[in-house]
Design a protein around this ligand. Structure first.
Ligand SMILES: Nc1nc2c(ncn2[C@@H]2O[C@H](COP(=O)(O)OP(=O)(O)OP(=O)(O)O)[C@@H](O)[C@H]2O)c(=O)[nH]1
Ligand SMILES: [Mg+2]
Ligand SMILES: [Zn+2]
Length: 281
């Protein structure tokens, strides 16, 4: 039995990478009854007549639902300074979403070349650096070295709003990708969401998935019981509240609210934590 990484799924054709070669396989009949493989899965497969068949999916380290991808080391949250406008709330919600899936978020800021208020955005993002999130700035006038270092040897997924510049930045690092970007799709008269399917591309000795952007995020169906544990800002203050089951909203002697009042916690992140906990988003 061979073992490889599933890099692309197009209808019933599964592309698997193993030992520097790609194989196209289909799932074994019996497997269709079980969970469907997704991009990022390590699968066991073997040759069957003239084709390859997938037998099983190896245990997953994690799994994101949108985009559907597993075993991700980090999610680059691509956030543009302009077109679409910078939104700290969207950024927080994406950080929270990937953190709840146990994927490390990395903030990747695009279009700093056309931002009228870059100092203000940098000031906001200093909060994120301060509590341990990696923040990388990219635009067509900068080299991509810092970003390449972030991507090296890892499986990364790009997420963020449609038009934030996800495909563009991958094309800058690796011009051979020729991923379609919005200028081209506008010329072809296609609507929003230039990138359609999820695929892992080899990059910097690792893999990266470009994904389609989205327009809304919904937390109502997610289990947010342990939300406080995945927010880096909160981590130094956990288990110091008066009540063991403190949710850090209305309780007295709450270490997190005290830290917030002292200006030690990013107020924007707290605000979004609160709205999610209160079921508002
Ligand atoms: N000035 C400037 N323009 C950028 C930058 N990055 C992307 N753009 C432009 O922004 C537009 C959208 O870029 P895309 O790369 O297609 O965005 P995307 O995030 O892949 O969008 P979807 O695939 O729809 O989710 C294109 O017209 C790009 O040329 C940047 O850093 N600076
Ligand atoms: Mg795209
Ligand atoms: Zn508390």
């Amino acid at each position: 039995m061979k073992k490889g990484l599933l890099t692309k799924i197009i209808s019933n054709q599964y592309t698997i990478f193993m030992d520097n070669a790609f194989y196209v396989a289909s799932p074994r009949g019996k497997m269709r009854l079980q969970e469907k493989p997704c991009v990022g899965d390590v699968v066991e497969f073997e040759k069957f007549d003239d084709s390859y068949r997938i037998h099983s999916i190896c245990e997953r380290k994690n799994r994101l639902l949108r985009p559907a991808i597993s075993n991700v080391d980090q999610a680059l949250i691509v956030t543009s300074c302009k077109d679409p406008d910078f939104s700290v709330h969207l950024l927080n919600r994406l950080i929270i979403l990937v953190s709840l899936a146990h994927v490390e978020p990395v903030i990747c800021v695009t279009k700093s070349d056309i931002a009228p208020n870059i100092e203000e955005i940098e000031k906001t993002l200093d909060w994120y650096k301060k509590c341990g999130y990696t923040v990388v700035y990219t635009d067509p006038n900068r080299d991509t070295k810092e970003l390449e270092d972030v991507l090296r040897n890892k499986i990364s997924v790009l997420c963020g709003q449609s038009g934030a510049g996800k495909s563009s930045l991958l094309n800058r690092i690796e011009p051979s990708f020729t991923l379609q970007t919005q200028e081209i799709s506008k010329a072809l008269g296609r609507g929003k969401h230039t990138t359609r399917h999820c695929e892992l591309h080899p990059i910097c000795d690792g893999w990266v998935a470009d994904t389609p952007g989205f327009s809304s995020l919904d937390f109502k169906r997610l289990d947010t019981t342990h939300l406080d544990e995945v927010i880096k800002d909160f981590q130094p203050y956990l288990n110091q509240c008066k009540f063991n089951d403190c949710i850090h909203i209305n309780e007295p002697s709450c270490a997190i609210k005290e830290a917030l009042e002292k200006g030690e916690i990013n107020p924007y992140m707290y605000e979004d934590y609160k709205s999610i906990k209160e079921g508002l988003v």
